[in-house]
Design a protein around this ligand. Structure first.
Ligand code: KIV
Length: 300
């Protein structure tokens, strides 16, 4: 039987191998080595071996995929989206629906990084609320949820952890409490407050937290907490001694209007890149892993 396919096959002229190869190279994306999924075990082993890991926020699929291509270990769908995407002056207006939408988008671009999502303001005020809302984020692809606060979160942390939901506790400057803190300022500067933060971090680790994130604290305090805990500690404005660093991706790419005053710990990596956004993210990952970032001028 003569099929159309067979007829066509007979008439196709074979092109030289080199030409075939260059045509293929033009039409196909470069082959990527698939990356093993980053898990809590991966991060915990990195802490044990003294290897730094790199984290960034993302709010959409494209940035999420570019971050993965650059080798990012953990992506946070941060409620900072209320400020950088929505234009609010705090994270308080962010809703569960916002977090579910952006976590869904980021998950589609994710290629193996650990995916963390923030529980927004007032979504974990009670234990029952924390369980219901954390479950909703896990069901759209989060692999760990982040809650802001200290020892008062111990029971919710235990409840989530026992039900299979990993928790990252966010301490130091907790932007959802901005009205109580009286502004975006360094936390734990006096010895009594520093001691309290160390003991509350231990309580949360004991309750089952899998990661601690420290924002805007003095270098010496971040070092003491990182050394006191077995779980990995991610820092932002917390100096070079934490197990990992995180930054808001807009800050790292210099997407900042002149009306916004950036904190000292922010560094724009775009000017260092010869390959646009992709190169800037790679430069950030490399600087975190080598320990070159943060430098003294980014610390308190
Ligand atoms: O929401 C966020 O982006 C954060 C980072 C600042 C750590 O919590």
């Amino acid at each position: 039987m003569t099929t159309k396919k067979a007829t066509r096959k007979k008439t196709v002229k074979k092109r030289p191998a080199a030409k075939r190869k260059s045509a293929a190279a033009k039409s196909e994306p470069p082959a990527q080595t698939p990356r093993a999924q980053v898990t809590l075990t991966t991060l915990s082993n990195m802490k044990k071996r003294g290897k730094k890991f790199a984290c960034l926020t993302a709010y959409d699929a494209c940035i999420s995929e570019l971050e993965c291509l650059a080798g990012i270990d953990l992506i946070l769908v941060g409620d900072s989206l209320g400020m950088v995407l929505q234009g609010h002056d705090s994270t308080l207006p962010v809703t569960m629906n916002d977090m579910i939408y952006h976590t869904t988008c980021v998950r589609r671009g994710n290629r193996g990084a650990m995916l963390m999502a923030d529980l927004p303001f007032m979504s974990y005020a009670s234990e029952a609320q924390s369980l219901e809302n954390a479950a909703a984020l896990m069901q759209v692809g989060a692999q760990i949820v982040k809650l802001e606060g200290g020892a008062w979160l111990a029971e919710s942390t235990r409840l989530l952890a026992e039900r299979g939901i990993p928790v990252c506790a966010h301490m130091g400057l907790t932007p959802q409490s901005i009205n109580r803190l009286g502004g975006f300022r360094v936390q734990g500067r006096n010895p009594a407050k520093a001691e309290k933060m160390i003991s509350e971090a231990k309580i949360l680790e004991e309750a089952g937290a899998s990661i601690l994130l420290l924002e805007c604290v003095p270098v010496s305090l971040a070092k003491a907490i990182t050394e006191a805990l077995r779980i990995p500690v991610i820092g932002i404005g917390a100096g070079p001694d934490t197990d990992a660093q995180i930054m808001v991706v807009h800050d790292m790419l210099g997407i900042t209007p002149p009306s916004i005053r950036l904190p000292r710990f922010v560094k724009n990596f775009l000017p260092e890149s010869t390959n646009g956004i992709q190169g800037a993210i790679s430069a950030y990952v490399e600087a975190v892993k080598s320990g070159a970032f943060p430098a003294p001028e980014h610390c308190y």
